[in-house]
Design a protein around this ligand. Structure first.
Ligand code: F6P
Length: 321
């Protein structure tokens, strides 16, 4: 009987719990003994590793976050702590890991593999959707749906009270969440870190729209742009002459009932991750692209920065006119 473990690293996402549930079920189906590592790489160092079965994953499929916890571990960057982590895995005879996280976590795992030969398959998991090599990261659909609901609610009050709303999404340095949300929510303005902007360019058009009867504005801005959201709101007040409010969606975007799409993707990612490990893929990430799932070597994933989809960027130009 071979042993396999799973951990979550970095910002949690909705979809991790469905992934944990399927990890246990599919491992057992494959004749593997599944283990949970609690609190990410920190738990790997602190030996928070527990053998699990069906009873550990009952009733979790509808819950956001992760029941095993997640951390950003500084200690795992240190060779001495990685040695302790390896010792903990050896004691339990575990040499295969499934890692739910981002490219930073996979880079850490790559070093761990090179030093100690612990095989791993990464499942891209971040609401930012900013991992090179995959078009989809677990949790993005749930986050987009949370954002959509918030924007729809804000539109009700914006339209009733004739205001401009500046709504800030997460994404670190990636504008994916903001851009997709703006396109799907009919926003008047979208600002993202990848694209330079000059607010002056919109002044004439926005004033003309007001003359033609526009009585509210929705601006979606991504964290990571050159200005604070409050500056954009000030611009609406001072240059467009519109009362304005800011809503920073913040960590609401990281929680919530996982959507059907994220539950299904969790299922598929886990299947492929375990199959890949059993098939001899020692240091890969399971990626999703239009043509389907494919394994990519971790070096390929981490060698380049994620580039926002060109088609989406093209739509941004049309939106911001
Ligand atoms: O990586 C996911 C993310 O939610 C980013 O969008 C955001 O910048 C960051 O994590 C927030 O981190 P923390 O939870 O540590 O505040």
């Amino acid at each position: 009987m071979k042993n396999i473990a799973i951990l979550c690293s970095g910002g949690d996402v909705s979809g991790m719990n469905p992934a944990l549930k399927h990890f246990v079920e599919y491992s057992l189906q494959k004749g593997l003994t599944p283990y949970f590592i609690y609190n990410g790489f920190e738990g790997l160092i602190d030996n928070k590793i527990v053998k699990v079965s069906h009873k550990h994953v009952g009733g979790i499929i509808n819950r956001g976050g992760t029941i095993i916890g997640s951390t950003r571990s500084e200690r795992f960057m240190d060779r001495e702590f990685r040695k302790i982590a390896k010792k903990n895995l050896d004691t339990l005879d575990i040499d295969m890991l499934v890692v739910l996280g981002g490219d930073g976590s996979f880079r850490g795992m790559d070093i761990f593999y090179k030093e100690h030969g612990v095989k791993f398959c990464g499942i891209p998991s971040t609401i930012d959707n900013d991992i090179n090599g995959t078009e989809y990261c677990l949790g993005v659909d749930t986050a987009l749906n949370v954002i959509k609901d918030s924007i729809d609610n804000i539109r009700d009050t914006a339209a009733s009270f004739s205001r401009a709303f500046v709504i800030e999404t997460m994404g670190r340095n990636c504008g994916y969440l903001a851009l997709v949300s703006a396109l799907c929510s009919g926003a008047e303005l979208c600002l993202i870190p990848e694209v330079e902007y000059d607010l002056k360019e919109y002044e004439e058009s926005f004033k003309a729209q007001i003359k033609n009867g526009r009585n509210y504005f929705i601006a979606i801005v991504s964290e990571g742009i050159k200005e604070e959201s409050s500056e954009i709101a000030k611009w609406f007040e001072q240059k467009i002459g519109f009362e304005s409010r800011v809503t920073i969606l913040g960590h609401t975007q990281r929680g919530g009932n996982p959507t059907i799409y994220d539950r299904l993707m969790a299922y598929k990612f886990v299947n492929h991750a375990i199959d890949g490990l059993l098939d001899g893929k020692n240091k890969s990430m399971i990626c999703y692209a239009k043509k389907g799932f494919e394994y990519k070597n971790i070096d390929e994933v981490t060698s380049q920065k994620y580039q926002l989809d060109r088609e989406l960027l093209g739509y941004l130009k049309v939106l911001n006119v």
